[in-house]
Design a protein around this ligand. Structure first.
Ligand SMILES: [Zn+2]
Length: 261
């Protein structure tokens, strides 16, 4: 008998071990159906399990399972073998069927982190609905295997892994604060730059105002020259008039002096 797809087995063993805190020594509950399957095939499941799970495996048998085996005379040899296993006192004084015994011990939360080894398909289906109960069994092709964890467990773990990479509320608050400070710093730099540009613009506008506009100077000069010309003209006209009058008076004086002679 061989393990069925060893990689797949280890994948699901690690899934339970890592995600649901199944720690050493592993506690395995075994029922009569599984024991019989191994005993009939002379399968050393304890050693194989220890090797497979890389650790100490503590295979236990409950009082209720032992009572069931004891009650079947044809299974005396199996009962003797079962008596060699560590016993778990389940405290079911009145005695339960192995199925009821396991359901009561494990319940729905499996707080004790038991691994269950059973050939009872109904029991496996029942446990596989809940959270998280690893189930070992021997397949029809005589290979040791593990039940795939239910989809609910798998989705839950995927979600946890996804959330692991997302920032927590505290980290988000820090990120928002940093982003806010960066934005404020950028705005501050932007306004400083704008102020600098404004100042430079003002300087450029004021500079020409300090000196006169050369075109305006040209016009002013032209105006002055024109004014001076006009003044000169008036002055010349006045001078001519005076001279003319003086000449006239001089001529008149000469004529008078001639007449008196
Ligand atoms: Zn019991």
């Amino acid at each position: 008998m061989k393990f069925k797809k060893i990689k797949q087995l280890r994948k699901w063993i690690n899934f339970f071990r890592i995600n649901y805190d199944f720690h050493f020594p592993y506690k395995l509950l075994v029922d009569g159906t599984f024991l019989k399957a191994c005993y009939d095939r002379k399968f050393e499941f304890k050693e194989k399990l220890t090797k497979l799970m890389h650790g100490q495996c503590w295979v236990q048998i409950t009082t209720c399972v032992l009572n069931e085996l004891r009650s079947i005379p044809q299974l005396k040899d199996l009962f003797d073998f079962a008596m060699s296993l560590p016993k778990l006192r389940c405290n079911h004084i009145e005695g339960l069927t192995p199925t009821e015994c396991f359901k009561d011990l494990i319940q729905k939360n499996n707080t004790e982190r038991y691994w269950v080894m059973t050939q009872d398909e109904e029991l496996r289906e029942y446990f596989n609905q809940f959270y998280p109960i690893p189930l070992f069994w021997i397949s029809k092709d005589l290979k040791f295997t593990i039940e795939e964890p239910n989809k609910k467990c798998q989705k839950e773990i995927e979600k946890k892994k996804h959330n692991k990479y997302l920032p927590s509320a505290k980290e988000l608050a820090v990120i928002k604060q940093v982003q806010k400070e960066q934005k404020e710093e950028e705005l501050k730099k932007y306004f400083q730059k704008m102020d600098k540009i404004k100042n430079e613009m003002n300087i450029r506008i004021k500079k020409p105002a300090k000196g006169p506009n050369p075109l305006a100077i040209q016009k002013k000069k032209d105006k002055i020259i024109r004014k001076n010309k006009d003044q000169n003209k008036t002055r010349n006209r006045k001078t001519k008039k005076i001279r003319k009058r003086e000449n006239h008076l001089r001529t008149k004086k000469v004529v008078k002096s001639n007449e008196s002679e």
